[in-house]
Design a binder for this molecule. Structure first.
Ligand SMILES: Cc1cc2nc3c(=O)[nH]c(=O)nc-3n(C[C@H](O)[C@H](O)[C@H](O)COP(=O)(O)OP(=O)(O)OC[C@H]3O[C@@H](n4cnc5c(N)ncnc54)[C@H](O)[C@@H]3O)c2cc1C
Length: 433
Protein backbone atom coordinates (compact mmCIF):
# COMPACT_ATOMS: atom_id res chain seq x y z
CA UNK A 1 0.00 0.00 0.00
CA UNK A 2 1.26 3.49 -0.86
CA UNK A 3 1.62 5.80 2.10
CA UNK A 4 2.19 9.53 2.58
CA UNK A 5 2.53 12.08 5.34
CA UNK A 6 -0.59 13.84 4.07
CA UNK A 7 -3.39 13.04 1.60
CA UNK A 8 -5.28 16.02 0.16
CA UNK A 9 -8.72 15.14 -1.19
CA UNK A 10 -9.51 17.46 -4.13
CA UNK A 11 -7.24 19.05 -6.73
CA UNK A 12 -8.97 22.45 -6.85
CA UNK A 13 -7.70 25.72 -5.42
CA UNK A 14 -7.64 24.62 -1.77
CA UNK A 15 -6.21 21.19 -2.52
CA UNK A 16 -3.36 22.37 -4.72
CA UNK A 17 -2.53 25.29 -2.39
CA UNK A 18 -2.47 22.98 0.64
CA UNK A 19 -0.30 20.46 -1.22
CA UNK A 20 2.14 23.20 -2.24
CA UNK A 21 2.64 24.62 1.27
CA UNK A 22 2.80 21.11 2.82
CA UNK A 23 5.61 20.09 0.45
CA UNK A 24 7.47 23.29 1.36
CA UNK A 25 7.49 21.90 4.93
CA UNK A 26 9.23 18.75 3.67
CA UNK A 27 6.15 16.52 3.88
CA UNK A 28 5.35 13.78 1.38
CA UNK A 29 1.95 14.58 -0.07
CA UNK A 30 -0.61 12.98 -2.39
CA UNK A 31 -3.46 14.86 -4.07
CA UNK A 32 -6.35 12.47 -4.75
CA UNK A 33 -8.74 13.99 -7.28
CA UNK A 34 -11.74 12.29 -8.84
CA UNK A 35 -11.49 14.25 -12.09
CA UNK A 36 -8.54 16.34 -13.25
CA UNK A 37 -6.55 19.05 -11.50
CA UNK A 38 -8.61 22.27 -11.57
CA UNK A 39 -11.63 20.46 -12.99
CA UNK A 40 -14.02 21.64 -10.23
CA UNK A 41 -15.26 25.13 -9.38
CA UNK A 42 -11.79 26.65 -9.81
CA UNK A 43 -12.17 26.42 -13.60
CA UNK A 44 -15.75 27.79 -13.61
CA UNK A 45 -14.97 31.17 -12.17
CA UNK A 46 -13.33 34.50 -12.72
CA UNK A 47 -10.22 35.49 -10.87
CA UNK A 48 -10.70 38.46 -8.52
CA UNK A 49 -8.33 38.44 -5.59
CA UNK A 50 -8.31 40.90 -2.72
CA UNK A 51 -10.23 42.24 0.23
CA UNK A 52 -13.15 44.29 -0.98
CA UNK A 53 -15.59 41.48 -1.75
CA UNK A 54 -15.40 40.40 1.89
CA UNK A 55 -17.05 41.57 5.09
CA UNK A 56 -14.80 43.85 7.15
CA UNK A 57 -13.09 41.86 9.91
CA UNK A 58 -11.76 38.31 9.78
CA UNK A 59 -13.14 37.98 6.25
CA UNK A 60 -11.37 41.01 4.74
CA UNK A 61 -8.23 40.39 6.82
CA UNK A 62 -7.83 36.84 5.49
CA UNK A 63 -8.00 38.41 2.01
CA UNK A 64 -5.28 40.84 3.04
CA UNK A 65 -3.03 37.99 4.26
CA UNK A 66 -3.61 36.05 1.06
CA UNK A 67 -2.64 39.05 -1.08
CA UNK A 68 0.75 39.11 0.68
CA UNK A 69 1.25 35.45 -0.29
CA UNK A 70 0.17 36.15 -3.88
CA UNK A 71 2.79 38.87 -3.98
CA UNK A 72 5.42 36.34 -2.87
CA UNK A 73 4.19 33.77 -5.40
CA UNK A 74 4.41 36.14 -8.33
CA UNK A 75 8.03 36.79 -7.48
CA UNK A 76 9.03 33.18 -6.83
CA UNK A 77 6.92 30.94 -9.11
CA UNK A 78 8.33 30.01 -12.52
CA UNK A 79 4.79 29.12 -13.60
CA UNK A 80 2.94 32.19 -14.94
CA UNK A 81 -0.52 32.45 -13.40
CA UNK A 82 -1.37 35.80 -15.04
CA UNK A 83 -1.22 38.08 -12.02
CA UNK A 84 -2.72 41.30 -13.39
CA UNK A 85 -0.95 44.57 -12.89
CA UNK A 86 -2.00 48.09 -13.72
CA UNK A 87 -2.08 49.29 -17.31
CA UNK A 88 0.31 52.16 -16.36
CA UNK A 89 3.20 49.67 -16.07
CA UNK A 90 3.78 50.40 -12.37
CA UNK A 91 3.66 46.71 -11.46
CA UNK A 92 0.97 47.42 -8.84
CA UNK A 93 -2.06 45.08 -8.67
CA UNK A 94 -4.70 46.16 -11.20
CA UNK A 95 -7.21 47.40 -8.58
CA UNK A 96 -11.01 47.19 -8.39
CA UNK A 97 -13.61 49.81 -9.06
CA UNK A 98 -17.18 49.49 -7.72
CA UNK A 99 -20.25 51.29 -9.08
CA UNK A 100 -23.03 52.45 -6.79
CA UNK A 101 -26.45 52.97 -8.29
CA UNK A 102 -28.40 54.55 -5.41
CA UNK A 103 -28.01 56.49 -2.17
CA UNK A 104 -28.67 53.24 -0.31
CA UNK A 105 -25.61 51.70 -1.98
CA UNK A 106 -23.45 54.81 -1.46
CA UNK A 107 -24.25 54.71 2.27
CA UNK A 108 -23.49 50.98 2.51
CA UNK A 109 -20.22 51.47 0.62
CA UNK A 110 -19.26 54.35 2.95
CA UNK A 111 -19.76 52.07 5.97
CA UNK A 112 -17.63 49.33 4.39
CA UNK A 113 -14.85 51.79 3.50
CA UNK A 114 -14.79 53.19 7.04
CA UNK A 115 -14.68 49.72 8.63
CA UNK A 116 -11.89 48.45 6.34
CA UNK A 117 -9.84 51.65 6.66
CA UNK A 118 -9.87 51.14 10.45
CA UNK A 119 -8.28 47.74 9.79
CA UNK A 120 -5.54 49.39 7.74
CA UNK A 121 -6.97 48.32 4.37
CA UNK A 122 -6.72 50.82 1.49
CA UNK A 123 -10.23 51.40 0.20
CA UNK A 124 -11.84 54.72 -0.82
CA UNK A 125 -15.27 56.14 -1.53
CA UNK A 126 -15.36 58.11 -4.80
CA UNK A 127 -17.92 60.60 -6.10
CA UNK A 128 -19.44 60.67 -9.58
CA UNK A 129 -16.63 62.80 -11.08
CA UNK A 130 -13.83 60.72 -9.55
CA UNK A 131 -15.54 57.54 -10.71
CA UNK A 132 -15.69 58.77 -14.28
CA UNK A 133 -12.00 59.74 -14.12
CA UNK A 134 -11.12 56.26 -12.88
CA UNK A 135 -13.33 54.48 -15.37
CA UNK A 136 -14.09 56.63 -18.45
CA UNK A 137 -16.19 53.92 -20.16
CA UNK A 138 -18.72 53.61 -17.36
CA UNK A 139 -22.31 54.97 -17.57
CA UNK A 140 -22.71 58.72 -17.01
CA UNK A 141 -25.48 58.69 -14.41
CA UNK A 142 -23.79 56.87 -11.52
CA UNK A 143 -23.64 58.73 -8.16
CA UNK A 144 -20.20 57.33 -7.29
CA UNK A 145 -18.60 54.17 -6.03
CA UNK A 146 -15.59 52.66 -4.39
CA UNK A 147 -11.94 52.30 -5.41
CA UNK A 148 -9.71 49.54 -4.03
CA UNK A 149 -6.21 50.01 -5.43
CA UNK A 150 -4.57 46.89 -3.97
CA UNK A 151 -7.07 44.29 -5.20
CA UNK A 152 -6.10 42.31 -8.27
CA UNK A 153 -6.77 39.37 -10.56
CA UNK A 154 -5.23 36.09 -11.66
CA UNK A 155 -6.11 33.22 -13.97
CA UNK A 156 -7.70 30.82 -11.45
CA UNK A 157 -6.92 27.45 -13.02
CA UNK A 158 -3.35 28.55 -13.81
CA UNK A 159 -2.88 29.26 -10.08
CA UNK A 160 -3.93 25.67 -9.33
CA UNK A 161 -1.59 24.28 -12.02
CA UNK A 162 1.13 26.60 -10.72
CA UNK A 163 0.84 25.20 -7.19
CA UNK A 164 1.14 21.65 -8.56
CA UNK A 165 4.12 22.45 -10.79
CA UNK A 166 5.96 24.30 -8.03
CA UNK A 167 5.21 21.53 -5.48
CA UNK A 168 6.46 18.88 -7.93
CA UNK A 169 9.88 20.54 -7.92
CA UNK A 170 10.37 19.28 -4.36
CA UNK A 171 9.91 15.67 -5.49
CA UNK A 172 7.46 15.26 -2.62
CA UNK A 173 4.14 15.37 -4.50
CA UNK A 174 2.20 12.55 -6.15
CA UNK A 175 -1.02 13.36 -7.99
CA UNK A 176 -3.77 10.76 -8.46
CA UNK A 177 -6.34 11.99 -10.98
CA UNK A 178 -9.50 10.11 -12.03
CA UNK A 179 -9.43 8.68 -8.51
CA UNK A 180 -12.50 9.21 -6.39
CA UNK A 181 -12.36 8.89 -2.61
CA UNK A 182 -15.35 6.88 -1.45
CA UNK A 183 -14.46 6.33 2.20
CA UNK A 184 -11.97 7.16 4.93
CA UNK A 185 -10.56 4.49 7.21
CA UNK A 186 -10.29 5.43 10.89
CA UNK A 187 -8.88 3.83 14.01
CA UNK A 188 -11.97 2.32 15.67
CA UNK A 189 -10.89 3.50 19.12
CA UNK A 190 -9.31 6.94 18.64
CA UNK A 191 -11.16 7.89 15.41
CA UNK A 192 -7.78 8.99 13.99
CA UNK A 193 -7.67 8.85 10.18
CA UNK A 194 -5.56 6.11 8.60
CA UNK A 195 -6.25 5.94 4.85
CA UNK A 196 -8.55 6.91 2.02
CA UNK A 197 -10.37 4.21 0.10
CA UNK A 198 -10.86 4.92 -3.59
CA UNK A 199 -13.59 3.90 -6.03
CA UNK A 200 -11.04 1.53 -7.58
CA UNK A 201 -10.98 -0.29 -4.24
CA UNK A 202 -7.42 0.69 -3.31
CA UNK A 203 -6.25 2.10 0.01
CA UNK A 204 -3.79 4.98 0.20
CA UNK A 205 -2.52 5.53 3.71
CA UNK A 206 -1.68 8.72 5.61
CA UNK A 207 -1.97 9.89 9.22
CA UNK A 208 -3.21 13.29 7.95
CA UNK A 209 -6.07 13.84 5.49
CA UNK A 210 -7.26 17.25 4.22
CA UNK A 211 -10.84 17.74 3.05
CA UNK A 212 -10.40 20.18 0.13
CA UNK A 213 -13.42 19.01 -1.84
CA UNK A 214 -15.16 22.38 -2.18
CA UNK A 215 -18.94 22.05 -2.61
CA UNK A 216 -18.52 18.29 -2.17
CA UNK A 217 -16.83 18.82 1.22
CA UNK A 218 -19.95 17.66 3.12
CA UNK A 219 -19.73 14.21 1.46
CA UNK A 220 -16.10 13.86 2.58
CA UNK A 221 -17.00 15.16 6.06
CA UNK A 222 -19.78 12.56 6.35
CA UNK A 223 -17.17 9.81 5.79
CA UNK A 224 -15.75 10.66 9.25
CA UNK A 225 -19.10 11.43 10.86
CA UNK A 226 -19.17 15.23 10.45
CA UNK A 227 -22.13 17.31 9.29
CA UNK A 228 -20.52 20.07 7.21
CA UNK A 229 -22.78 23.10 6.56
CA UNK A 230 -21.85 23.90 2.95
CA UNK A 231 -24.33 24.35 0.08
CA UNK A 232 -23.68 24.93 -3.65
CA UNK A 233 -24.40 28.55 -4.73
CA UNK A 234 -24.74 28.87 -8.48
CA UNK A 235 -23.06 31.57 -10.60
CA UNK A 236 -22.94 32.15 -14.36
CA UNK A 237 -20.69 34.23 -16.60
CA UNK A 238 -20.71 35.43 -20.21
CA UNK A 239 -17.68 35.79 -22.46
CA UNK A 240 -17.65 38.30 -25.33
CA UNK A 241 -15.63 38.44 -28.51
CA UNK A 242 -12.44 40.52 -28.23
CA UNK A 243 -13.21 43.99 -26.88
CA UNK A 244 -9.84 45.16 -25.58
CA UNK A 245 -9.57 46.68 -22.10
CA UNK A 246 -12.94 48.41 -21.67
CA UNK A 247 -12.33 48.65 -17.93
CA UNK A 248 -9.20 50.68 -17.15
CA UNK A 249 -8.47 48.57 -14.11
CA UNK A 250 -9.46 45.19 -15.58
CA UNK A 251 -11.98 44.69 -12.82
CA UNK A 252 -15.25 46.28 -11.97
CA UNK A 253 -18.30 45.35 -9.95
CA UNK A 254 -21.56 46.99 -9.06
CA UNK A 255 -21.87 47.51 -5.32
CA UNK A 256 -25.03 45.39 -5.37
CA UNK A 257 -22.69 42.43 -6.00
CA UNK A 258 -21.25 42.75 -2.52
CA UNK A 259 -24.66 43.37 -0.94
CA UNK A 260 -26.31 40.43 -2.69
CA UNK A 261 -23.55 38.10 -1.62
CA UNK A 262 -24.44 38.77 2.03
CA UNK A 263 -28.24 39.02 1.50
CA UNK A 264 -28.14 42.78 2.27
CA UNK A 265 -29.26 44.08 -1.11
CA UNK A 266 -32.58 45.65 -0.08
CA UNK A 267 -34.35 47.34 -2.99
CA UNK A 268 -32.02 47.53 -5.97
CA UNK A 269 -33.29 49.71 -8.85
CA UNK A 270 -33.06 46.90 -11.41
CA UNK A 271 -35.01 45.48 -14.36
CA UNK A 272 -37.35 42.57 -13.66
CA UNK A 273 -35.26 39.95 -15.49
CA UNK A 274 -32.17 40.96 -13.52
CA UNK A 275 -34.20 40.71 -10.33
CA UNK A 276 -35.60 37.29 -11.24
CA UNK A 277 -32.12 35.81 -11.51
CA UNK A 278 -30.43 37.82 -8.77
CA UNK A 279 -27.86 39.13 -11.27
CA UNK A 280 -25.18 41.71 -10.44
CA UNK A 281 -22.44 43.13 -12.60
CA UNK A 282 -18.93 41.85 -12.42
CA UNK A 283 -16.80 42.80 -15.36
CA UNK A 284 -13.33 41.65 -16.33
CA UNK A 285 -11.32 42.84 -19.29
CA UNK A 286 -9.43 39.61 -19.78
CA UNK A 287 -5.72 39.64 -20.64
CA UNK A 288 -6.59 37.83 -23.89
CA UNK A 289 -8.70 40.84 -24.95
CA UNK A 290 -12.10 39.26 -24.26
CA UNK A 291 -14.51 40.55 -21.65
CA UNK A 292 -15.94 38.20 -19.03
CA UNK A 293 -19.08 39.48 -17.36
CA UNK A 294 -21.84 38.20 -15.11
CA UNK A 295 -22.94 37.04 -12.68
CA UNK A 296 -25.64 35.70 -10.41
CA UNK A 297 -26.13 34.05 -7.03
CA UNK A 298 -28.80 31.37 -6.95
CA UNK A 299 -29.42 28.02 -5.33
CA UNK A 300 -29.81 25.36 -8.04
CA UNK A 301 -28.42 22.27 -6.32
CA UNK A 302 -25.30 20.87 -8.00
CA UNK A 303 -26.29 21.83 -11.56
CA UNK A 304 -23.76 23.83 -13.59
CA UNK A 305 -25.99 24.18 -16.63
CA UNK A 306 -25.91 27.66 -18.20
CA UNK A 307 -29.35 29.21 -18.61
CA UNK A 308 -30.32 31.36 -21.55
CA UNK A 309 -32.34 33.95 -19.59
CA UNK A 310 -29.52 34.40 -17.10
CA UNK A 311 -27.27 35.19 -20.09
CA UNK A 312 -29.76 37.87 -21.15
CA UNK A 313 -29.87 39.34 -17.65
CA UNK A 314 -26.04 39.38 -17.41
CA UNK A 315 -25.83 41.15 -20.77
CA UNK A 316 -28.41 43.74 -19.64
CA UNK A 317 -26.36 44.46 -16.55
CA UNK A 318 -23.15 44.85 -18.55
CA UNK A 319 -24.80 47.31 -20.96
CA UNK A 320 -26.26 49.25 -18.00
CA UNK A 321 -22.80 49.99 -16.59
CA UNK A 322 -20.67 49.88 -19.76
CA UNK A 323 -22.90 51.07 -22.64
CA UNK A 324 -20.11 50.46 -25.17
CA UNK A 325 -20.33 46.69 -24.65
CA UNK A 326 -23.61 46.56 -26.57
CA UNK A 327 -21.58 46.71 -29.80
CA UNK A 328 -20.00 43.32 -29.15
CA UNK A 329 -21.21 39.71 -29.44
CA UNK A 330 -21.16 37.08 -26.75
CA UNK A 331 -19.30 33.94 -27.73
CA UNK A 332 -20.01 31.61 -24.80
CA UNK A 333 -21.34 31.26 -21.29
CA UNK A 334 -20.39 29.02 -18.40
CA UNK A 335 -21.58 28.36 -14.87
CA UNK A 336 -20.15 27.06 -11.62
CA UNK A 337 -21.11 26.40 -8.02
CA UNK A 338 -19.59 28.25 -5.10
CA UNK A 339 -19.03 26.32 -1.87
CA UNK A 340 -21.23 28.46 0.39
CA UNK A 341 -20.64 27.83 4.08
CA UNK A 342 -23.85 28.71 5.88
CA UNK A 343 -22.23 31.15 8.32
CA UNK A 344 -20.45 32.99 5.45
CA UNK A 345 -16.88 32.07 6.43
CA UNK A 346 -14.69 29.25 5.11
CA UNK A 347 -13.69 26.33 7.34
CA UNK A 348 -9.92 26.10 7.68
CA UNK A 349 -8.56 23.99 10.54
CA UNK A 350 -7.97 20.70 12.23
CA UNK A 351 -10.87 18.74 13.72
CA UNK A 352 -10.34 17.82 17.35
CA UNK A 353 -12.78 14.90 17.37
CA UNK A 354 -11.14 13.26 14.31
CA UNK A 355 -7.35 13.29 14.85
CA UNK A 356 -5.43 13.88 11.63
CA UNK A 357 -8.46 15.25 9.74
CA UNK A 358 -8.33 18.84 8.39
CA UNK A 359 -10.89 21.06 6.68
CA UNK A 360 -10.11 23.49 3.84
CA UNK A 361 -13.46 24.19 2.25
CA UNK A 362 -16.47 26.51 2.13
CA UNK A 363 -14.89 29.57 0.45
CA UNK A 364 -18.03 30.62 -1.51
CA UNK A 365 -17.08 33.37 -3.99
CA UNK A 366 -13.62 33.92 -2.50
CA UNK A 367 -11.70 30.73 -3.05
CA UNK A 368 -9.37 32.16 -5.67
CA UNK A 369 -8.47 35.06 -3.39
CA UNK A 370 -8.10 32.82 -0.35
CA UNK A 371 -6.29 29.80 -1.80
CA UNK A 372 -2.79 30.83 -0.66
CA UNK A 373 -3.66 31.74 2.94
CA UNK A 374 -5.78 28.60 3.28
CA UNK A 375 -2.98 26.36 2.02
CA UNK A 376 -0.48 28.07 4.28
CA UNK A 377 -2.71 27.68 7.36
CA UNK A 378 -3.34 24.01 6.60
CA UNK A 379 0.43 23.41 6.43
CA UNK A 380 0.78 25.13 9.82
CA UNK A 381 -2.03 23.08 11.38
CA UNK A 382 -0.47 19.83 10.13
CA UNK A 383 3.06 20.69 11.28
CA UNK A 384 1.94 22.31 14.54
CA UNK A 385 3.76 25.54 13.67
CA UNK A 386 2.32 28.90 14.85
CA UNK A 387 -0.51 30.15 12.65
CA UNK A 388 0.55 33.16 10.62
CA UNK A 389 -2.86 34.83 10.74
CA UNK A 390 -4.03 36.07 14.17
CA UNK A 391 -7.70 35.68 13.35
CA UNK A 392 -7.36 32.11 12.00
CA UNK A 393 -9.12 30.58 15.06
CA UNK A 394 -12.31 32.28 13.84
CA UNK A 395 -12.18 30.09 10.73
CA UNK A 396 -11.84 26.85 12.69
CA UNK A 397 -14.22 23.89 12.66
CA UNK A 398 -14.54 24.34 16.43
CA UNK A 399 -16.80 27.37 15.86
CA UNK A 400 -19.64 24.95 15.03
CA UNK A 401 -19.35 23.14 18.39
CA UNK A 402 -22.34 24.95 19.88
CA UNK A 403 -24.03 25.97 16.64
CA UNK A 404 -27.39 24.60 15.67
CA UNK A 405 -26.55 23.43 12.12
CA UNK A 406 -30.19 22.48 11.51
CA UNK A 407 -31.16 26.12 12.22
CA UNK A 408 -28.49 27.38 9.78
CA UNK A 409 -29.83 25.00 7.15
CA UNK A 410 -33.39 26.17 7.80
CA UNK A 411 -32.33 29.80 7.35
CA UNK A 412 -30.53 28.89 4.10
CA UNK A 413 -33.63 27.05 2.91
CA UNK A 414 -35.75 30.14 3.64
CA UNK A 415 -33.34 32.35 1.67
CA UNK A 416 -33.47 29.87 -1.22
CA UNK A 417 -37.26 29.79 -1.17
CA UNK A 418 -37.43 33.60 -1.08
CA UNK A 419 -35.17 33.82 -4.15
CA UNK A 420 -37.17 31.15 -5.95
CA UNK A 421 -40.42 32.97 -5.13
CA UNK A 422 -39.02 36.20 -6.64
CA UNK A 423 -37.93 34.28 -9.74
CA UNK A 424 -41.39 32.65 -10.16
CA UNK A 425 -43.26 35.91 -9.50
CA UNK A 426 -41.20 38.00 -11.92
CA UNK A 427 -41.30 35.39 -14.66
CA UNK A 428 -45.07 34.97 -14.25
CA UNK A 429 -45.51 38.75 -14.55
CA UNK A 430 -43.45 38.64 -17.73
CA UNK A 431 -45.62 35.82 -19.05
CA UNK A 432 -42.67 33.39 -19.06
CA UNK A 433 -43.30 29.78 -17.95
C1 LIG B 1 -19.22 32.12 -11.29
C2 LIG B 1 -18.19 32.12 -10.18
C3 LIG B 1 -17.36 33.21 -10.02
C4 LIG B 1 -16.40 33.23 -9.01
N1 LIG B 1 -15.55 34.29 -8.93
C5 LIG B 1 -14.57 34.28 -7.98
C6 LIG B 1 -13.63 35.34 -7.93
O1 LIG B 1 -13.63 36.25 -8.77
N2 LIG B 1 -12.70 35.34 -6.93
C7 LIG B 1 -12.65 34.33 -6.00
O2 LIG B 1 -11.81 34.40 -5.10
N3 LIG B 1 -13.51 33.29 -6.04
C8 LIG B 1 -14.46 33.24 -7.02
N4 LIG B 1 -15.34 32.20 -7.08
C9 LIG B 1 -15.26 31.16 -6.04
C10 LIG B 1 -14.15 30.16 -6.30
O3 LIG B 1 -14.20 29.72 -7.63
C11 LIG B 1 -14.31 28.98 -5.32
O4 LIG B 1 -14.38 29.45 -4.00
C12 LIG B 1 -13.11 28.05 -5.45
O5 LIG B 1 -12.95 27.63 -6.77
C13 LIG B 1 -13.30 26.84 -4.55
O6 LIG B 1 -12.13 26.06 -4.66
P1 LIG B 1 -12.09 24.64 -3.99
O7 LIG B 1 -10.73 24.12 -4.14
O8 LIG B 1 -12.68 24.71 -2.63
O9 LIG B 1 -13.15 23.77 -4.84
P2 LIG B 1 -12.98 23.06 -6.31
O10 LIG B 1 -12.21 23.88 -7.25
O11 LIG B 1 -14.36 22.67 -6.72
O12 LIG B 1 -12.14 21.78 -5.95
C14 LIG B 1 -12.68 20.66 -5.26
C15 LIG B 1 -12.19 19.41 -5.94
O13 LIG B 1 -12.55 18.28 -5.15
C16 LIG B 1 -12.77 17.21 -6.03
N5 LIG B 1 -13.54 16.16 -5.34
C17 LIG B 1 -14.80 16.26 -4.86
N6 LIG B 1 -15.17 15.10 -4.28
C18 LIG B 1 -14.13 14.26 -4.41
C19 LIG B 1 -13.91 12.89 -4.04
N7 LIG B 1 -14.86 12.19 -3.41
N8 LIG B 1 -12.71 12.33 -4.33
C20 LIG B 1 -11.74 13.03 -4.96
N9 LIG B 1 -11.90 14.32 -5.36
C21 LIG B 1 -13.08 14.92 -5.08
C22 LIG B 1 -13.54 17.85 -7.19
O14 LIG B 1 -13.51 17.07 -8.35
C23 LIG B 1 -12.82 19.20 -7.32
O15 LIG B 1 -11.80 19.16 -8.31
C24 LIG B 1 -16.31 32.14 -8.08
C25 LIG B 1 -17.13 31.04 -8.26
C26 LIG B 1 -18.08 31.01 -9.30
C27 LIG B 1 -18.96 29.81 -9.45
Amino acid sequence: MKSYDVIVIGGGMMGTASAYYLTQEGLKVAIVERGDIAGGTVSHTDGYIGVSEKQPGVDSMQGNESMKLYDEMRKTFDYDFEYSTRLDGSGEPCGFVYFCESDFEMEAAARQVEANQKLGIEQYLVDAKELKELEPNCANDLPGGMWVPKDGAVCPYRVAFGFVEEARKTGLLDVYTRTEVVDIKQDPNTKAVQAVITAKGEEIAAPNIVNAAGVWGPFIGAMVGLEVPIEPRFGQLLVTEKTGPISQYRLALEYGYYLTKFFQDGERPIPELVKAYNVCLNFTSDLTGNTVTGGCRLFRGYSIKSEYRIMQACAMRAVRFYPVIKNYNCIRSFAGIRPFCLDHLPIVSDVEEVPGFYMACGHEGDGIALGPITGKLISQYVTGKPLQFDLAPELAWKRFEHVDIAALKKEAQENTEALQAIERHVLAQMGVN
